[in-house]
Ligand binder design. Structure first.
Ligand code: SF4
Length: 98
């Protein structure tokens, strides 16, 4: 078996390197829509990196530094809920496998 298939998913993801653009999130959730509709719950469920979490008041917290840039949240977000763009320049995730 090649090295590509060895190790658990968390172990393989742990080899990624992140250049974090501190204070400059590439993800923004419209908190009014999230609170009024509960539409942010789907972001919490689908993100493989657990970037999103729901707070007791219905707002959605965003740990953008952990983003894998997979695009899943963009595909499922309700209209107007999410603003997402790739991190600037050489910022963001750098995959070491696959
Ligand atoms: S792009 Fe992927 S990893 Fe990044 S926040 Fe969206 S679902 Fe999570």
């Amino acid at each position: 078996m090649s090295d590509f298939f060895e190790g658990s998913v968390p172990a393989r993801l742990g080899k990624n390197v992140y250049e974090v653009d501190e204070g400059n999130s590439h993800i923004e959730v419209n908190q009014e829509i999230a609170k009024a509709t509960g539409a942010g719950k789907v972001l919490v469920k689908v993100c493989p990196a657990h970037v999103y979490s729901e707070e007791p008041d219905g707002t959605i917290s965003v740990e953008f530094a952990a983003c894998l840039e997979c695009g899943t949240c963009r595909a499922v977000a309700a209209p107007g809920l999410l603003k997402w763009h790739y991190p600037e320049g050489s910022m963001g995730v750098m995959f070491r496998e696959g």
